[in-house]
Design a protein around this ligand. Structure first.
Ligand SMILES: C[S@@+](CC[C@H](N)C(=O)[O-])C[C@H]1O[C@@H](n2cnc3c(N)ncnc32)[C@H](O)[C@@H]1O
Length: 246
């Protein structure tokens, strides 16, 4: 999608005006000289991380293309050290979890995934998903003491999240149907610390023919509902916000 069609898509999915402005700022920032220099550094870090992947078992890479956007977000939020409590909705084989664990030495991550064949826009057979879960376990073996695995839907997790959180960082990458994204967004936001960062994957993805079933529709309504309680960090294929008040 070109930038103009992205803006048009954002308008059609009810993005608040502040979000359109944040999208433009994100695009312009990357074109400045300091933006380009930073981006180069983030790309080098992306290359280094990719170089380590042959030691693991990943059948799909939905993640490493997003690394520069994440590093830019972390940089803008001054998130360097730890310990940080992280929640991830949608872990698949643990690629994004691995990146978090390697980036933040003391981070602890709660990984929620149903690891079943019955949900989401990704159709997979029972055998495939069993292998996916096994690879998740094996890929994160070395980090076992920093990982809490929750094999359940996010809906179920939020239903009994009593002792979970609050979190410093939440990555929303589970079901991409707008109804589920809406629940994940609202519930996650309530478990996010003030000052904490939330990343939505696939903000601009068009999985469904009906516009209002896609992630952007839910995320934009969420952004309107929680207006004044967050600030935009970056708006692109990944939307990153920081919570500013309860
Ligand atoms: C795109 S994959 C996640 C990719 C992973 N974050 C990465 O970057 O490697 C989406 C995952 O969400 C899981 N999922 C889909 N709907 C879910 C739900 N309602 N609750 C929990 N997990 C869900 C799927 O099983 C799948 O593993």
């Amino acid at each position: 999608m070109g930038h103009l069609s992205t803006l048009s898509y954002l308008r059609r999915t009810s993005a608040p005006a502040a979000c359109l402005a944040a999208f433009v700022r994100t695009v312009v920032r990357r074109k400045t000289r300091s933006g380009r220099t930073k981006w180069q550094r983030f790309r080098e870090m992306q290359r280094a991380f990719r170089g380590e992947l042959p030691a693991y078992q990943f059948s799909k890479d939905w993640f490493t293309g997003k690394i520069p956007y994440w590093l830019d977000g972390f940089d803008r939020c001054g998130m360097r050290g730890g310990p940080i409590e992280v929640l991830e909705i949608g872990s698949w084989e643990g690629l994004s979890s691995l990146f978090i664990l390697r980036t933040f030495d003391r981070a602890r991550i709660t990984c929620i995934d149903s690891w079943d064949d019955s949900n989401g826009a990704i159709a997979v057979s029972k055998d495939v998903i069993t292998d996916v879960e096994r690879r998740f376990d094996e890929n994160l073996t070395a980090y076992r003491d920093r990982v809490t695995k929750r094999k359940e839907t996010s809906l179920r997790f939020f239903g009994d999240a009593g002792q979970s959180g609050p979190f410093d960082l939440i990555y929303v990458d589970g079901s991409h149907h707008a109804d589920d994204v809406m629940v994940d967004a609202l519930e996650s936001f309530s478990l996010l610390k003030v000052g904490g960062v939330m990343i939505f994957d696939d903000y601009l993805a068009k999985y469904y023919e009906r516009l209002d079933e896609n992630p952007a529709k839910a995320i934009n309504l969420f952004l309107r509902l929680k207006r004044n309680r967050y600030e935009f960090v970056s708006v692109y294929y990944q939307l990153i916000i920081r919570k500013t008040s309860r």
